[in-house]
Design a protein around this ligand. Structure first.
Ligand code: CA2
Length: 149
């Protein structure tokens, strides 16, 4: 079965534990279960990584080059700072879906720019945890050629 890499960046291990008013009550384990269920419905399995260390994320993205069909990523705060993460995504040349739980465009100005946005083919922003399922389904649509957008 083909595999989707799910990447969650720094601090997303705190989901459901801190700042529920911004990020909701669901945990990282809930996110991973949601993505696995969505992927399974489309015939894909999921490899999940969360790290607070940029290099760990980059190594996982490089490893996906030969093992995965696409990447669903919430880069966390690295979205707004990391050229190296963007270069890793662009370097592996896999289809990428970028997810943000909160609506970054309604938050501080420094969250309005994403280094990942133009290397991602799918963007789901401000849909809460459900956005991960939307992003996964759209990515699978793209990978299998069955998508509507
Ligand atoms: O809305 C999103 O998904 C973000 O990617 C989350 C990042 C933030 O820096 C981006 O601007 C938008 C922050 C992830 C930190 O997650 C936490 C979860 C619970 C408690 C504290 C932080």
């Amino acid at each position: 079965m083909a595999t989707i890499l799910l990447v969650n960046g720094p601090n997303l291990n705190l989901l459901g534990i801190r700042e529920p008013e911004v990020y909701g009550h669901e945990t990282l384990a809930d996110v991973e279960a949601l993505v696995r269920a969505t992927a399974a419905a489309g015939g894909f399995e999921v490899e999940a990584v969360q790290s607070n260390h940029e290099g760990v994320l980059i190594d996982a993205i490089h490893a996906a080059r030969t093992t995965c069909a696409g990447i669903v990523i919430n880069p966390g705060g690295l979205t707004h700072t990391s050229v190296v993460l963007r270069d890793a995504l662009s370097g592996v040349a896999l289809p990428v879906a970028e997810v943000h739980i909160s609506n970054v465009y309604e938050r501080e100005a420094f969250r309005h720019h994403s280094y990942v946005a133009d290397v991602a083919a799918v963007h789901v922003i401000g849909e809460g945890i459900a956005g991960y399922a939307l992003a996964t389904a759209r990515l699978i649509g793209l990978v299998t050629g069955t998508g509507t957008d």
